[in-house]
Design a protein around this ligand. Sequence first.
Ligand code: A2P
Length: 356
Amino acid sequence: MRVLQGLARLVASVSSCRIISRQSLVSLRCTQRFFASYTSPAMAQKVKLSDGSEIPVIGLGTWQAPPGEVEEAVKTAIDVGYRHFDCAFLYDNEKEIGRAIRAKIAEGKVKREDLFITSKLWNTHHRPEVVVAACKKSLQNFGLDYLDLYLLHWPVAFKEGDDFFPYDSKGNFITEDIDYVDTYLAMEECVRQKLTRSIGVSNFNSQQILRVLEKATIKPVMNQVECHPYLNQKKLTKFCKEHGLQVTAYSPLGAPNAKFAPKGVPKLMEDQRLVAVGKKYGKSLAQVVLRYLIQIGVIVIPKSTNAERLKQNMNIFDFKLSDEDMKYIDSLDCNGRTCPFTECEHDKNFPFGIEY
Ligand code: A2P
């Protein structure tokens, strides 16, 4: 509470001395609202999106969660309190995740409206004419009537077809000249048809978000990007919040098992400096990282199919990292991107060619 009052005083003082820009003030207020939402036990773990929906600040990531394991993991996750599931057509496990969710609903453990389910439109489905059908296909996979959030997975369109990663002879992806703004506008139809409650983007840079905002009738509520202490995305997050988008951190633990991570990128989960911070609080490295991300104002979706780690990753609401430790973890930022998507560098919509 004292921290909140301090933030309120900060907002009041900076606005009265008129040094701060209007946009920075908006950003501060967003941070204040985000902060309030997870320090108050009554509203614990949820954040409001710009369209009024609420999203739990921690969700279960399901990328690289094998079909044989993910069904059990989702059931366990629901039992230990997860209500937010981050999925995608590409991950090829929507059927198993849907089965687990429907089983828990049938059991009476949760209601559909208690859950927040995200899926994503894959790069081979960018042609506006196929977007609604792609969303319906994900819903059919889950066996559900609606999604809570449908994201445009990447701003780059791949060659349409059954091959989700169409490579050329040089090892680059074969892309198509489809404007992501047109794809996004087609996703608005998914909201109108009540296939999803909200829509947003993923892996977009600030300029790409501005282009979407210029044309959007239904505003994007989210930008989901890689984010962890080695790539803390503070500038992009500030920009997103000033423009009404929340940020979800994918690979919040640095994707320790990602096969495509470039050589030389340091391994976050082996960083003894973070282990040392955790010792002060009686928490693991993973818990310190997740807590850090929540305190910088982003939503986290750690993946795990292990029951103990699922519980551990949820157990981050009973401690708070000090300002000093937050600054220390800020200092570990080293542009350590594990998912650089270099096979699309040649495409004009490649998102990582500018600072943020
Ligand atoms: P597992 O599924 O066996 O728990 P990210 O979300 O950054 O992609 O990281 C996911 C990876 O981190 C998975 O390999 C997952 O393995 C592992 N992981 C998830 N939670 C923890 C944890 N609390 N401690 C150590 N490793 C974890």
